[in-house]
Design a protein around this ligand. Sequence first.
Ligand SMILES: Cc1cc2nc3c(=O)[nH]c(=O)nc-3n(C[C@H](O)[C@H](O)[C@H](O)COP(=O)(O)O)c2cc1C
Length: 259
Amino acid sequence: MLRTQVLQACDTTCAFRASSVPRGAKTRKRRSAQGKMARLFQRPMSASVTDLTQLRVDYKHAALGERDAAPDPFDQFARWFDEAVAASLPEPNAMTLATVDATGRPAARIVLLKSVDARGLVFHTNYASRKGSEVDADPRVALLFFWAELERQVRIEGTAERVSAAESDAYFAARPRGSQISAWASPQSAPVPDRAWLEAQVAAVQARFASDVPRPGNWGGIRVVPRRFEFWQGRESRLHDRLVWTREGDHWTIGRLAP
Ligand SMILES: Cc1cc2nc3c(=O)[nH]c(=O)nc-3n(C[C@H](O)[C@H](O)[C@H](O)COP(=O)(O)O)c2cc1C
């Protein structure tokens, strides 16, 4: 709920002007309403007044058993990813990337999966951004896909490394010109004075590169090399399936976790 909506709710809930309400009751009611609003205001402003304990979905869509699981987690990932695409989910390649800074403090944000093969999962970004600096300082990262309509999540843990310059060049060259310009114009994660400043940067980059836009040196791909995958399939009554693939040398072993 937006702050203004909360305030409107307070206007109607907190104002007891009806003369039919006895004086003492009026005070008690006002105090109780004020207490209620105080509790509301203790919630984050983005939270709804909906009773969140009643928001629940019972998962019944599918199951994930050891016998159906692919021995290689990349094959399992390919199966589930193809199913997410076939189900026309919005941005099925959007994934949460979690990093830690040099002191171990975590941060997470969405990035887009742009390629995947037996080496790992690749996204592209600004190497000088917060995430870029964090993976330089500590390459241990986690990825998370959530495909709500399929009642699935995939958790991946591993290490981040930069892809080759040739791989970054190839992807950058395939991007629309506007995205290429923005990669030059935006010092990702750095404070900027205002939007007009950003738009001026864009105009300057457009003037600088009349035809082809080369890849900025600080922009490119990062590959997450997994050492652990977990595939989670929602099941009835919270008895979900959780299968985990852990890499040992060149082999993957599969285990099951309690939901
Ligand atoms: C759907 C979606 C896709 C995004 N894809 C990318 C991406 O592929 N690469 C990227 O650098 N940022 C992407 N972003 C923006 C990041 O979430 C983030 O705001 C940005 O990378 C700066 O993060 P940082 O300051 O932690 O480095 C995406 C955001 C959303 C919501």
